[in-house]
Write a protein that binds this ligand. Structure first.
Ligand SMILES: [Zn+2]
Ligand SMILES: [Zn+2]
Ligand SMILES: [Zn+2]
Length: 146
């Protein structure tokens, strides 16, 4: 939960990009959530965070705002195969996730190899234009192993 300078800068640039759009209380609250919690968050978690800020928008508003932030590439979707869509800031460098199946803790991980080579190979082999990829690792975290 550290607010790095990079994230602060990103948030500022996001504000600039979005400045021609109507600013809403909810949108600003969402931006600060994504700047503060740099891990993927679900709509349920977002609603909890907002409740603590004494904001209680309905789900439709949240989804509309998230759609807006997705369109402006401020956030991207992360899926862990559990039907829950999570949203994460696009300010972080490309990375993957470690998901603990016991406590559901999510940790970021960068790979030593990047998969650009694989993407290129797939494009040649399958004549398939790769737009992006997602690769998550499921297992048991250090705390739950004890
Ligand atoms: Zn765990
Ligand atoms: Zn992440
Ligand atoms: Zn990757």
């Amino acid at each position: 939960m550290v607010l790095t300078n990079a994230t602060k800068l990103h948030t500022m640039s996001v504000m600039l990009t979005l400045k021609d759009h109507r600013q809403t209380k909810i949108r600003n609250a969402l931006l600060s959530i994504f700047a503060t919690y740099q891990e993927p968050v679900s709509v349920a978690q977002i609603l909890d965070f907002l409740k603590k800020e004494n904001l209680s928008p309905n789900k439709t508003t949240i989804y509309r705002e998230l759609e807006f932030l997705l369109d402006h590439e401020v956030v991207h979707e992360v899926r862990f195969g559990d039907r829950t869509v999570r949203y994460e800031t696009t300010s972080l460098a490309h990375h993957h996730h470690l998901i603990c199946i016991k406590c559901h803790k999510i940790e970021d991980i960068s790979l030593l190899i990047d998969l650009k080579g694989e993407e290129a190979r797939i494009e040649t082999l399958k004549k398939f234009k790769v737009l992006h990829h997602s690769l998550e690792f499921f297992g048991v975290c250090q705390k739950c192993l004890r």
